[in-house]
Write a protein that binds this ligand. Structure first.
Ligand code: AMP
Ligand code: MG
Length: 946
């Protein structure tokens, strides 16, 4: 029970509370104060005092009694009625505000007595016979004297498929629109299922009733029926007030200072535009989401409920507050936001005289909690307590008025101020026992939802019954089920140690941990990761010495030729003292010499460092300084740039034709650097990513498995030499007898030129960054003569930045036989380590985007939150990489290396280091990963970091 509900409950049993100075006083009818209540009062004294004090300061409602107003004057609408009438007029066909109540009756029903009871109910409660009439100064209530009433009866006794028919009839009835101008406001249907079994379905409009009213109606119908069956008169006391009196009172009271004081609180509380809740959805949002809702039911066991109550008592909070705090932590963990606003219904019946009225009193409070600073759960509970008490004390402003007042952001058809609802019902709706009849409330299928998500909890003898309702246009059932599990886990974690910081609260269950750590990282393959790249190439040279290994313009080199040239260069370098531990800058344009130079350098045991001739002199100088190297490789095309740099140069061609031609066979480990690739951070000086042979060996062998050796027959070298993709484009084919096809550096990589090259050289695999792909695909597709030239193409890799779904499908449509693969990876993780082969089905899916896929062989992936805890499936976190793809760090930069290559807290994955990518990602339920951009909004242009 929240504070307000406790008050209401106390009043209903005859206990009145008041404040006398700082002391809580109560007066009670004899016998009203049971020992349990006395105990509860004592335990919650502080809370009650705080509440009363706040209620006083917030223009207390006490002293302002609702009075009956004359029925011959025009009867105004309450604020809530005004708004609902407006909404219904806005969408006259909507049944979103229909309120169905279905009762299942077993036993012999006295239909006459029941009809009489409902007639009496309609007579007692004006809202059930109130319609609305427009006038010059707004609508007014029109109360009919007509109380005539009959059930519409459907006899299903002899119907086959009784249950289905019943459900269908119920759906039809609850789906009928109300005419608020004409009435009736209550419709009743009786479904006779068997001689002694029937369902009665009452359908009303929300403008006439709220949840509280329903409880009241059911109890009153039962009491009346019981009396009428035995011919007694109604036992219910006549009402002295009606909703219309309350409406008139509300309009009169909630204005001027009273209103201003309450509004001031909400302005301050909800000001500063609390952000929309950014829950990660399964389905992409559309501008006009539907309202179809479904629900996931689950129970929290009574032991957990008891410990939650105990924690609440201990913290001076209510069960409501504790559950809300936990729910807000859950939303925080899902959305990654620190301010969470949740709506909660409030009965709106804190005037004792309206407790027994039927009508639309319920209001919604927006509870905004600040979760910043990683508080302990118990601390957070205090924040939630404070927020809730304040909200209760200012509960009289109708939510709609607040929306009007605050004019919050409205976007993409989303609800203003809050998008998620939380409610703790504490009127347990159990069985009603009547003479000869057993009555239970039936679930009605309410197929609509006004919120993205709502959590409804109610106490029962078996614990907490929970109902998580969701919009089917946003969430899958599986996701909501997972969320429910996480809520339970979180509650258990919080009660076990409320002094824990919220970041430490656990939401994953052990199976989920196992899935994230082991099953989805079960990538082990027995590759010979102790082999260096040149060793693998040399082995292939032995197998196919006469095959073509590289093609550049009109020049073709065999495996033996490439290898010999590289060997001669290597021996020259070795003579100059270059070897293991050295770095050799290579300032070359795309050419045959490029392949020879890189291979030559690695054969010495040194690492090659690709440089770009188009870089500004200063940048080249910076890199050379960083490397501390004074010897660089050039070729005929680059000496001018080399001269300007004023260091020592060796032209590759000069070494290619003479000198020793045998493999140097330097003893070295595959853990030693293969290359240093300079990427420029968005700020500061460029950093050199050091990648060992092992990473690339692993990557190449995985490519053999994934793409097949056929795809390696002829690979187009499309990437500039200062990006790591150039490395596999040059050398991967050389592991299996294929060739690399090097385009001329003078040629722009237009669709025309590439198509020609693909045809001429029989290219089987090519690689594009999406921004290039997007330009080339329309040209390839529209130009029939270009399209024809792509016959030999088997695979296209698109990656390096987020791929454009439309282009990918466009391409796939026109080239159905070509495999399209999205490859993800940073330079620090050996070119790429997550891969996804497009199926084409993604095109019709409601998902947000094309996944980047799963870890490649021997790679490991973790998606973690800011405190490096695993985030669950579906939730966004930061992507961390590990395994055989790990780079060694940044050249000559301990500090940057330590910041990005961090200790791994999860030994289960078998590697001690993680590379922190700065990329945001999440797991899909099937284990594929979705990429959600950079954490720091680093911009990539044409697929390259800038
Ligand atoms: P680089 O080190 O230049 O290869 O850049 C690596 C970064 O590019 C990653 O951290 C991602 O931000 C982005 N990236 C690489 N591949 C993809 C991909 N397939 N989809 C989306 N972003 C990608
Ligand atoms: Mg890359």
């Amino acid at each position: 029970m929240n504070t307000l509900e406790l008050f209401t409950h106390l009043r209903s049993v005859g206990v009145t509370l008041s404040l006398e100075g700082e002391r809580l006083r109560y007066s009670a009818a004899t016998g009203a104060l049971t020992p349990e209540l006395r105990q509860e009062l004592a335990a919650r004294k502080d809370e009650l005092i705080a509440f009363l004090r706040m209620a006083q300061s917030a223009t207390s409602v006490t002293g302002q009694r609702v009075q009956p107003v004359a029925r011959d004057r025009e009867l105004p609408l309450s604020f809530a009625q005004q708004r609902l009438l407006f909404l219904q007029q806005l969408e006259p066909e909507s049944v979103a505000y229909n309120v169905p109540v279905a009762l299942h009756l077993k036993g012999r029903l006295n239909l006459q007595a029941l009809e009489q009871a409902i007639r009496e109910i309609v007579r007692r409660h004006e809202p059930l016979r109130t319609t609305f009439k427009p006038t010059e100064h707004g609508a007014v209530q029109v109360i009919s004297q007509q109380t005539d009433f009959r059930f519409s009866i459907a006899d299903l006794r002899d119907v086959d498929e009784k249950e289905a028919t019943m459900r269908r009839l119920m759906r039809a009835e609850t789906g009928r629109v109300f005419d608020l101008m004409a009435g009736p406001m209550l419709r009743a249907q009786l479904l006779q299922l068997a001689e002694q079994e029937q369902v009665i379905l009452l359908t009303m409009h929300h403008i006439a009733v709220d949840g509280w009213s329903i409880g009241l109606l059911v109890r009153e119908v039962a009491a009346l029926y019981e009396a009428f069956v035995t011919g007694r008169p109604s036992p219910l006391p006549e009402l002295t007030l009606q909703y219309a009196d309350y409406a008139a009172w509300q309009l009169d009271w909630l204005k001027g200072d009273v209103l201003e004081k309450q509004l001031a609180y909400w302005r301050q509380q909800l000001g500063g535009a609390p952000p929309m809740l950014d829950l990660p959805t399964d389905k992409a949002r559309t501008s006009a989401p539907g309202a179809e809702g479904r629900e996931h039911l689950f129970d929290l066991p009574v032991e957990l409920l008891e410990t939650l109550k105990e924690l609440s008592r201990h913290e001076g909070a209510t069960l409501f507050m504790t559950l809300l705090a936990a729910f807000q932590v859950l939303l925080h963990k899902y959305a990654g936001q620190e301010e969470i606003v949740v709506g909660t219904p409030i009965a709106g019946r804190n005037l004792p005289e309206v407790e027994s009225l039927v009508g639309f009193f319920v209001n919604t409070l927006a509870l905004r909690t600040d979760l910043s600073g990683d508080p302990a759960f118990s601390q957070l509970l205090q924040r939630v307590r404070e927020t809730s008490l304040q909200a209760y004390a200012h509960q009289d402003v109708p939510f709609e008025m607040l929306v009007e007042e605050l004019q919050p952001d409205r976007s993409l058809g989303r609800a203003p101020i809050f998008q998620v609802l939380f409610a703790l019902q504490n009127a347990p709706r159990g069985l009603l026992q009547l003479p000869g009849l057993q009555i239970s409330i039936m679930e009605t299928e309410d197929a609509s939802t006004k919120f993205e998500l709502s959590l409804d909890l109610s106490e029962s003898a078996n614990g907490l019954q929970c109902r998580l309702r969701y919009n089917v246009d946003l969430f899958e059932a599986e996701t909501v089920g997972r969320m429910a599990r996480h809520f339970r886990r979180l509650l258990e974690s919080a009660v076990a140690a409320p002094e824990q910081r919220i970041s430490a609260l656990e939401i994953l269950v052990p199976e989920e941990r196992d899935q994230l750590l082991r099953r989805w990282n079960d990538t082990r393959r027995g590759y010979p990761l102790d082999k260096c790249i040149h060793q693998l190439i040399e082995a292939q040279v032995g197998r196919t010495p006469g095959a073509i290994a590289a093609v550049f313009e009109d020049e073709e080199l065999t495996y033996a030729e490439v290898n010999e040239r590289a060997n001669r260069l290597a021996w020259k370098l070795i003579e100059r003292g270059i070897g293991r531990g050295s770095c050799v800058p290579v300032l070359l344009e795309r050419s045959m010499a490029l392949a020879v130079a890189w291979l030559g350098v690695m054969k010495t045991g040194a690492a090659f460092v690709p440089l770009d001739t188009t870089w500004p002199l200063q940048r080249l100088q910076q890199v050379l300084d960083d490397l501390g190297s004074r010897t660089a490789l050039v070729n005929r095309l680059t000496p001018q740039r080399a001269d300007e740099l004023g260091c020592d140069f060796i032209a590759v061609e000069d070494c290619e034709r003479s000198g020793r031609a045998t493999n140097p066979e330097i003893e070295m480990s595959a853990e030693e650097p293969l290359y240093v690739m300079y990427t420029s951070g968005s700020t500061g000086k460029p950093k050199g990513v050091v990648v060992p042979h092992r990473g690339i060996t692993n990557r190449f062998l995985w490519m053999n498995d994934f793409f097949g050796r056929e795809a390696a027959r002829a690979v187009l070298q499309t990437t500039r030499q200062v990006y790591d993709s150039a490395v596999w484009q040059l050398f991967w084919p050389m592991l299996s007898g294929g060739r690399t096809v090097i385009p001329s550096p003078e040629m722009e990589l237009t669709a025309e030129y590439l198509a020609g090259l693909i045809e001429k050289r029989g290219v089987t695999l090519t690689d594009f960054v999406p921004s290039v792909f997007n330009v080339i695909v329309p040209q390839l597709v529209e130009n029939g003569s270009l399209k024809e030239r792509l016959q030999t193409l088997r695979s296209v890799i698109v990656g390096g930045e987020e791929i454009t779904a439309a282009t990918a499908y466009h391409f796939m449509q026109h080239f159905p036989g070509v495999q399209v693969v999205n490859l993800y990876g940073p330079t620090e993780a050996s070119i790429g380590c997550i891969a996804y082969e497009l199926t084409g089905d993604e095109a019709t899916s409601t998902r947000h985007k094309i996944p980047i896929g799963r870890p490649i062989a021997n790679a490991r992936i973790l998606i973690l939150d800011d405190s490096r805890k695993l985030v669950p499936v579906g939730v966004k976190g930061e992507l961390y990489l590990s395994g055989a793809c790990l780079g060694l760090g940044y050249y000559n930069d301990e500090e940057k290396t330590r910041a990005a290559f961090v200790p791994n807290p999860y030994p289960e994955i078998g590697w001690s280091t993680l590379y922190q990518t700065g990329d945001v990602a999440r797991y899909l339920p099937d284990g594929n990963i979705e990429f959600w951009g950079r954490r720091d909004h680093q911009v990539k242009i044409r697929g390259f970091r800038i």
